[in-house]
Design a protein around this ligand. Structure first.
Ligand SMILES: [Zn+2]
Length: 307
């Protein structure tokens, strides 16, 4: 996908007004001196993750990781940092064709993903990175809790800030609450990776294995709006994270921990893995992206009480 993707991304970066010639930020495509220069400028590592899963007849099965990788690449071009190769594999997936389920859908304990991410974070620190953003484009409830929980644990153990989040949480105030292959994900892909979407494949609803607003309403313009909200915030946070002092990092970790702890305890007490998301529609985490970007972590921590 390299050339077409890089071309489209360069164009988008140009439109977003940050750089005429987009720098290479994909770690696996850099030589040692280029890695060193990039890390000196901003020692943040992005880890885009997703899985291989049915995303309707109109989207590619690798959507989640492809989407996360595009977002990370554009954020890194805007705010600095490097992007690790995308990981395809996670917790759960739909009971639909062409879906690789590496761990059970509701497994918040997770043996594979948790330990893989934990080791990746340790390696990133050993390589000299001072901050990590794990961006999951795949968002089952357990996947989200495992990613955020592992990030909190890694932050504490490694003494650097590690953010682990699905991308849609950064765009709640832009009107995207997360969906599956529906209006939101499809719009994002129409903007980020236009050739990957074929809306003409869609028939009449109900659309098989699609959850959310009708994907026939998806537009590249909606995708651009959502992507810009997500990318702007990611870039801002990625550039700030390595410079946070210890109290700031502590406040960040406390806020992230409060959110994931609340999600996990609600799932246990209400015996429903999605219980921590019941108030998302009424705006429980609406301000998450803004507060994170502004490093207002006391207020961010209080959002957890509303879940
Ligand atoms: Zn998805």
């Amino acid at each position: 996908m390299a050339e077409v993707t890089a071309g489209a991304a360069a164009l988008a970066v140009g439109v977003e007004g940050s750089a005429a010639a987009a720098p290479e930020v994909r770690l696996e495509h850099l030589r040692p001196r280029e890695v060193e220069a990039a890390m000196k400028a901003c020692p943040t590592l992005y880890m885009p993750i997703g899985t291989v899963e049915w995303h309707g007849v109109h989207n590619v099965v690798g959507l989640d990781a492809v989407k996360a990788h595009h977002l990370c690449v554009r954020a890194a071009r805007q705010g600095g940092g490097l992007v690790a190769p995308a990981l395809f594999g996670g917790v759960g997936g739909m009971d639909e064709p062409h879906t690789f389920i590496m761990e059970p859908e509701n497994d918040i304990h997770s043996v594979l993903l948790r330990s893989w991410l934990d080791r990746l974070c340790r390696e990133a620190v050993r390589q000299g990175f001072k901050a990590i953003i794990i961006l999951t484009g795949h968002y089952g409830a357990a996947q989200q809790m495992v990613v955020r929980g592992t990030a909190v644990q890694a932050s504490r153990a490694l003494g650097i800030p590690v953010l682990g989040t699905p991308e849609y949480i950064l765009a709640l105030d832009a009107g995207y609450l997360g969906d599956h292959a529906a209006w939101g994900e499809t719009s994002l892909m129409m903007h980020l990776d236009p050739t990957s979407v074929d809306l003409t494949r869609l028939g009449e609803p109900p659309h098989q294995g699609v959850g959310g607003r009708d994907p026939r309403e998806a537009t590249a313009e909606d995708g651009r709006r959502l992507a810009e909200a997500i990318i702007g915030r990611l870039a801002h946070v990625a550039s700030a994270m390595p410079k946070w002092d210890e109290p700031t990092r502590e406040a960040f970790v406390a806020a992230e921990e409060a959110i994931v702890n609340r999600q996990v305890s609600l799932a246990a007490s209400l015996k429903q893995v999605w219980a921590g998301w019941r108030n998302l529609g009424s705006g429980a985490l609406r301000d998450y992206g803004r507060l994170l970007a502004d490093a207002r972590f006391e207020e961010l921590r209080k959002l957890a009480d509303g879940l």
